[in-house]
Structures are given as C-alpha cells and as structure tokens.
Design a protein around this ligand. Structure first.
Ligand SMILES: [Zn+2]
Length: 270
C-alpha cells in the first residue's frame, strides 16, 4: 500500500507536470498572440528628475508602451517620488508605474543623498566649464545604485516582456560616477542576457541610454522638442518645495536651461 501510495503521488506529479507544461504552452501562445496586437514595451527608470523624464519622452517617441519604475531609497530629495508619479500620470502610465522601496540603501548610508552624516555639497564641486570629464567621484554618488536599479528593472522587464530598459545616465555631466559609463551599461546588458530566462531563450533586453553623450543643454533641447513636462520635474538635491538654485544639481540644470536658451519652468528660492 505504501508503494502504491507513493506511485499514486508520482503519478499525480507526472500528470501535474504535464498539465503545467500544457499551461505553459497555452500561456506562451496567448502571450505571443497578445504581443502581436499590443505595442512593444519598455521599462523606464524614472526618478522624477530632468534626465529620466526626458527618457520617458524618448521611449514614447519610439512608440513603446511605458512601464515607469521609481526607486524610493531614502534619498534626501524625496519630493522626486511625487514628481515621478506626476510624470507617469502625464504620460498616461500611472497604472503601470511601480514605486519600489530600497530603504536598505538608507541603512547602508555612504552617500550624501542617503546618509544623514554626510552633508550635501552646495557648490563644493565646480561645475565643469567644458565637456571635460571630472575625475573625482562626488559624495553624491550612491554606492551600487545603478547596478541595483538595472537589476530590478531587468526583473520587471522580464515579467512584462519588455524589450528595452531606459536609463538616463550621462557620461559628460556626471563622468565621476562609475555606474554612468558606457562600459558598465554594455556589461550589464550581457549580464541580463546571461542571467534571465528571457535572455537564455534569445529575447534580448536592450539598455537604452539616449542621453549618454548629450550635454545638459542638448538634453533640454531634445526634451522641449518632444514636449517633455519639465514643469513636473525637480533636480535639487535638497528636496524642498522650491529648488535651492545653489547645489551642484541645481547649477547643472540652470546652466543647461541657460545654454539651451529656454526658461526653466520650476520655482527657485534664489
Ligand atoms: Zn538645489
């Protein structure tokens, strides 16, 4: 009886496996059919800042259905999360918008943006006058941030069948950040292809970095052309209602708008 019982369970397992296999096939078939009629999909890493919001514009221009993802990592500029929600809504993507808590980054600290013991520099780092790279890594660097962001975005992309992940990294203005370099992006694409079921099955997930070689002024010009809602964005590291106009990020943004010959639509204290 014991062995019969065991066989019974084995039999059940086999038939269950077969049925699950069958379901897999049906789901793949229906997913394939659905994908034929629906738009192609992209995950956009959306911080609520100027660069990531411009990425929303690029992804929309490429006719993607937009799946924004925002990370709450205890950053000082928490207002960004609310900005990201408004930007997602502007693009009709509010229902597909994921806000993911990475509160452990605040526990780790180690960055002026996440650690209460490290002050946010107010113009401590000179804004480069030319496009020459800055060699020092600023204290606003968040350890492993884009590594984490892209890993999580890749997971979301695999689930929804997205073929692209947009991230607003820039190799000119922030060349001090090692996780904004093209070498890192290329390696990460390889890692995603190796590490995911989608990748192993030959469904490539590209990492799109449309801003990587653009100056801030050129990013803004492109954004204006694509009617990107810059009035809904914030760049200030301090994260108050009105931008400080003093921190490195505010400086870069204001310099970009000035060079683009466009008035920045957000409110500044100074
Ligand atoms: Zn500021």
């Amino acid at each position: 009886m014991g062995s019969g019982h065991a066989r019974g369970i084995e039999g059940m397992d086999e038939s269950m496996d077969e049925r699950l296999d069958g379901m897999d096939k049906i789901m793949e078939k229906s997913a394939g059919e659905t994908r034929d009629v629906l738009k192609k999909r992209a995950v956009i890493i959306l911080s609520g800042g100027l660069d990531s919001t411009t990425c929303m514009g690029y992804a929309q221009e490429e006719q993607y259905e937009l799946f924004p993802i925002t990370f709450d990592y205890g950053q000082r500029h928490k207002m960004e999360i609310e900005n990201a929600r408004q930007v997602a809504a502007y693009y009709g993507a509010a229902a597909r918008h994921k806000v993911i808590s990475l509160s452990f980054l605040h526990d780790f600290g180690g960055s002026a943006l996440t650690d209460d013991n490290i002050e946010v520099p107010v113009s401590a780092i000179p804004v480069p006058e030319s496009d020459k790279p800055v060699s020092d890594i600023p204290v606003t660097y968040v350890p492993g941030r884009n590594l984490l962001f892209l890993s999580i975005a890749a997971s979301y992309a695999e689930v929804i069948g997205a073929e692209a992940i947009y991230i607003g990294v820039n190799a000119l203005d922030y060349s001090g950040y090692p996780d904004c370099r093209p070498a890192f992006i290329h390696k990460m694409e390889e890692v995603i292809a190796t590490a995911t079921k989608a990748g192993v099955e030959g469904r490539v997930t590209r990492i799109e970095v449309p801003l990587i070689y653009l100056s801030k002024a050129d990013i803004i010009k492109e954004g204006i052309r694509m009617e990107v809602p810059y009035h809904l964005t914030t760049s200030c590291y301090l994260g108050d209602q009105a931008a400080c106009g003093e921190c490195d990020s505010c400086h870069l943004r204001l310099k970009g708008f000035a060079e683009a010959g466009v008035k920045d639509p957000i409110v500044y204290k100074t």
